[in-house]
Write a protein that binds this ligand. Structure first.
Ligand code: GA4
Length: 330
């Protein structure tokens, strides 16, 4: 484990190559479209990512939470630090995970399962106005329902008779879901002089869970990696959600769906705020391709593991690691 005693130097946040990504290639799905399930499956197979319109989550929930989150991030550093360092829940700044990854970011990682007693998450809510907790709960409540709907459409689109086969994993009362508020401050002035270099907010990685549901303010920064290795900038849209396929869903579909590699680069002049709900299964859940997606004679591409085993491997890894690699059947 790498423990940084000094604050990370600025050059640790630099992306080595400057990049001029395109903005084409991002699938868009309208939940009101009768073809939504087919389009969702197509997007998950081809890219592992799509933008969702007509999702039904009231804009007010998003804007309330954005306001409350910014109120938190504007607090003096010493106050925010009281809710950190993350264990993994709580407030974190610049350090991501515990194995040496850094980014131009500060964040709050919260558990969404009321059974998980995280002292750091409790402190965040104890020391902040009740309005913050209400905004988080209201937002997560609505996002969860939308997320279940998307997972059910995925199952239908895959031709699975039992439409709750995926959603039940995340709905389970023991499911291991979490929620993240990311604040990416604008680049510092000295960086703006370094033309052609990018400051990394959150380094490239895939999400380990089943599904991630992201909403951001109108500042750009998110990029996804297409199967051919091209990085694509995702134009921000504060009215929409972006859905990511996670590693676990890639395994559940025996590689039909693609866990998308993504990253966030800091904007030079504006701060970015994103809120991400990560839907994961219960710790004891066995993760293996669903019998209902497998063709006759098809073999699993992966060794069987529980979410608890995978999570342990996740927390011992660095962001850019290929975490599924060791679980692939060679
Ligand atoms: C990426 C997805 C989620 O944000 C997260 C992250 C977690 C963390 O920030 O503690 C990890 C990262 C994420 C994957 C590799 C490990 C663990 C940081 C890190 C270096 C909460 C998650 O579940 O995995």
């Amino acid at each position: 484990m790498v423990v940084l005693s000094q604050p990370p130097a600025l050059n640790q946040f630099l992306l080595l190559k400057s990049c001029k990504p395109t903005t084409t290639g991002i699938p868009v799905v309208d939940l009101k479209d009768p073809e939504a399930k087919t389009l969702i499956v197509k997007a998950c197979k081809e890219v592992g990512f799509f933008k969702l319109l007509n999702h039904g989550v009231p804009f007010e929930f998003m804007s309330n939470l954005e306001k409350e989150a910014l109120r938190f991030f504007k607090k003096p550093q010493s106050e925010k630090d009281r809710a950190g360092p993350p264990d993994p829940f709580g407030y974190g700044s610049k350090r991501i995970g515990s194995n040496g990854d850094v980014g131009w970011i500060e964040y709050l990682l919260l558990n969404t399962n009321p059974d998980v007693i995280s002292p750091k998450s409790c402190l965040v809510f104890r020391e902040n106005p009740q309005k913050f907790r209400v905004a988080v709960e209201e937002y997560i409540g609505a996002v969860k329902n939308m997320c279940y709907m998307v997972l059910e459409l995925m199952a239908e689109g895959l031709g699975i008779g039992e439409r709750n086969v995926l959603s039940r994993l995340v709905k389970d009362e023991r499911s291991d879901c979490c929620f993240r508020l990311n604040h990416y401050p604008p680049c510092p002035e000295e960086m703006q002089a370094l033309k052609g270099r990018n400051l990394v907010g959150f380094g490239e990685h895939t999400d380990p869970q089943i599904i991630s549901v992201l909403r951001s303010n109108s500042t750009s920064g998110l990029q996804i990696c297409l199967p051919d290795g091209t990085w694509v900038s995702v134009p921000p849209d504060q009215n929409s959600f972006f859905i990511n396929v996670g590693d676990t869903l890639q395994v559940l579909t025996n590689g039909r769906f693609r866990s998308v590699k993504h990253r966030v680069l800091a904007d030079t002049s504006k701060s970015r705020l994103s809120m991400i709900y990560f839907g994961g299964p219960a710790l004891s859940e066995k993760i293996a391709p669903l019998a209902s997606v497998m063709l006759k004679g098809e073999e699993s591409l992966y060794k069987e593991f529980t979410w608890c085993e995978y999570k342990k491997a996740v927390y011992n890894s660095r962001l850019a690691d290929n975490r599924l690699g060791p679980f692939e059947k060679k």
